[in-house]
Design a protein around this ligand. Structure first.
Ligand SMILES: [Zn+2]
Length: 288
């Protein structure tokens, strides 16, 4: 990472660098791929994004996330299986196979890995398999508890089912983020009352997303971490283009305006939240 002089530090708590460079098979990173990632991180650093959480979505992805984090010291891996993997073609044996890959990664790289995910429930597509998703989700919650890692939750069009599972774990699970928050105010108030965080990204800037802006105002910065979900969900000003970690600063400025705070305060609070959530300590921000 380049060193630079700055008054604040921001963190992208949810991104997919591997998807940005289109890497989905297990092989060593080529010099070209490494160059591409280096450039993305450099652009981010110029905009004060000092750390990036790289989130896995499949077993292969998760293995590569860990490899990437070995190469780039300011990239922290989260390993897990996305609910999209559990569609109607998904076999019971695949759940066990996938979970054993994640477990093995946790055994071998326990210090480096900062979380489990993204995992959860997603009923958006007609070929989803809710029963398999539930089993996969609970198995990953158990891993987060066993290995004391943060849990990164993906939930889409499945608020009730997600709540039913999470509610059972509300006292055991201490460090949780509901990524790309798109649920109701009630759900937000419940999970934040349990001390969990909402991941807020580009979607908060979309003109139609009044509900999310109201939720952000109600829960306040103390329950928020910033994320891009790059290459997906670019903020409004670059809508239609590929998202990247550097756009965390766009989201931070947007929240500063929305909440009538300055950017330094948004950065300090959300960065400290991210450190509490993922338990790494390197931003230099003063967190109490
Ligand atoms: Zn994601």
């Amino acid at each position: 990472m380049i060193s630079y002089d700055s008054t604040f530090s921001l963190i992208d708590t949810h991104c997919h660098l591997l998807h940005i460079i289109n890497k989905s098979t297990i092989s060593a990173f080529s010099p070209q791929e490494l160059q591409e990632i280096k450039k993305i991180l450099h652009q981010a650093a110029l905009k004060n994004i000092t750390h990036v959480i790289e989130v896995g979505t499949t077993a292969i992805d998760s293995i590569l996330c860990v490899e990437l984090a070995k190469i780039f010291k300011n990239v922290f891996p989260v390993v897990g299986i996305h609910p999209h993997e559990a569609n109607i073609h998904y076999q019971k044996t695949a759940i066990a196979g996938n979970i054993s890959v994640i477990k093995n990664l946790l055994e071998v790289h326990t210090e480096k890995i900062v979380g489990i995910g993204e995992c959860g429930l997603d009923k958006h597509y007609p070929d989803h398999n809710l029963e398999a998703q539930q089993a996969l989700f609970e198995a990953q919650i158990e891993l987060a508890l066993t290995y004391n890692k943060a849990l990164v939750v993906h939930t889409r069009d499945a608020e009730q089912e997600t709540y039913a599972i999470l509610e059972r774990y509300k006292t055991d699970l201490k460090r949780v983020v509901i990524h790309c928050y798109s649920n109701s105010l009630d759900f937000a108030q419940a999970v934040t009352s349990w001390g969990w965080y909402l991941g807020i990204g580009g979607t908060v800037t979309y003109p139609k997303n009044t509900q999310l802006r109201e939720i952000v105002k109600k829960v306040g910065l103390s329950s928020i971490v910033l994320e891009t979900d790059a290459p997906f969900l670019p903020p409004q000003i670059i809508r239609g283009k590929t998202n990247a970690p550097e756009h965390i600063q766009t989201i931070a400025h947007y929240l500063a305006d929305l909440l009538e705070k300055n950017i330094e305060e948004v950065a300090r609070i959300t960065t400290c939240n991210s450190e509490r959530l993922f338990e790494y300590h390197s931003s230099g921000a003063q967190c109490s």
